[in-house]
Design a protein around this ligand. Structure first.
Ligand SMILES: C[S@@+](CC[C@H](N)C(=O)[O-])C[C@H]1O[C@@H](n2cnc3c(N)ncnc32)[C@H](O)[C@@H]1O
Length: 254
């Protein structure tokens, strides 16, 4: 599959507040996989690989995968004896990955919502189920698209950096409830706010999201063989509330 995320990868990498994400997300991943006594894990859609690198450091054996050449190149900088990095499309796994069985898998940061349609999502879930040992966990994480349309959830925090030509570089992330053909979407805009006060849009990237409710996702996961599905509030052990929680973490057993 073509990797449309390649185009916006650098801007998204700059936008992500990695320090705060890792401090919340890695302990959850590590505790959950630890509770199942997992040893070898696989990440799908690893991006620049920071979560996988942190889990490798925590003692797991990691296979980190993504389909974007640009991001694989970044993730490879973390390669060591506990972490391997390979290019892999979730919807069409390479043989190297297909013939292995893993103790755990994770796919976080909306990767699953970037798949082109629900048949591809089903294919991806089938693939993930097929490489897991029975009873072992898959952790999925994505936003609750039903809540994107609410004013308070429409914008991510604005991030600001000094611009090399003076003034500041502002990164603005927003969600669209109906970006295209009634699908939700995400947009990231880089704006140069000059010292003079003038603002210039430097880059603007948009990606569509699959519009799938947590209930429909759970049903699809059951259909491909997952069981004991838990819906949790963003990387916590609290139960997910679809009316309130903007982000959802699921733990599913193969
Ligand atoms: C929003 S980024 C999330 C990156 C990282 N997991 C994080 O949480 O920061 C989505 C990632 O999914 C990858 N991706 C999207 N579709 C994919 C597919 N079909 N197969 C593999 N990776 C995919 C993109 O290249 C990108 O790295």
């Amino acid at each position: 599959m073509n990797a449309p995320f390649n185009k916006s990868a650098d801007l998204f990498l700059k936008y992500v507040d990695l320090k705060s994400r890792l401090s919340q997300e890695v302990p959850f991943l590590s505790n959950t996989f630890g509770a199942y006594q997992c040893k070898n894990l696989i990440e799908f859609g690893c991006g620049a690989g920071a979560h996988s690198a942190a889990l490798a450091k925590a003692g797991f054996m990691i296979m980190a995968t993504d389909y974007s050449d640009r991001l694989i190149q970044e993730a490879k900088t973390y390669t060591n004896e506990s972490m391997q990095v390979e290019k892999a499309d979730l919807c069409q796994l390479p043989e190297l990955i297909q013939k292995q069985k893993y103790d755990g898998a994770y796919c976080i940061g909306n990767t699953l919502l970037l798949l082109p349609d629900s048949s591809m999502l089903k294919k991806a879930l089938t693939n993930i189920h097929s490489i897991l040992k029975p009873g072992f966990p898959f952790i999925a994480h994505f936003i609750n698209t039903d809540l994107c349309s609410e004013e308070k959830n429409r914008f991510g925090p604005i991030r600001s950096f000094p611009h090399e030509d003076g003034g500041e570089l502002m990164l603005v992330k927003s969600f669209f409830p109906e970006y295209s053909e009634h699908h939700p979407g995400v947009s990231l805009m880089a704006i140069h706010r000059k010292e003079s006060g003038e603002s210039v849009v430097l880059e603007h990237h948009q990606n569509h999201f699959l519009d799938i409710s947590p209930q429909d996702f759970s049903q699809m996961a059951k259909d491909v063989g997952f069981k004991n599905i838990k819906l949790l509030k963003n990387f916590s052990t609290d139960t997910f509330d679809p009316e309130k929680d903007i982000s959802l973490t699921m733990v599913l057993e193969a």
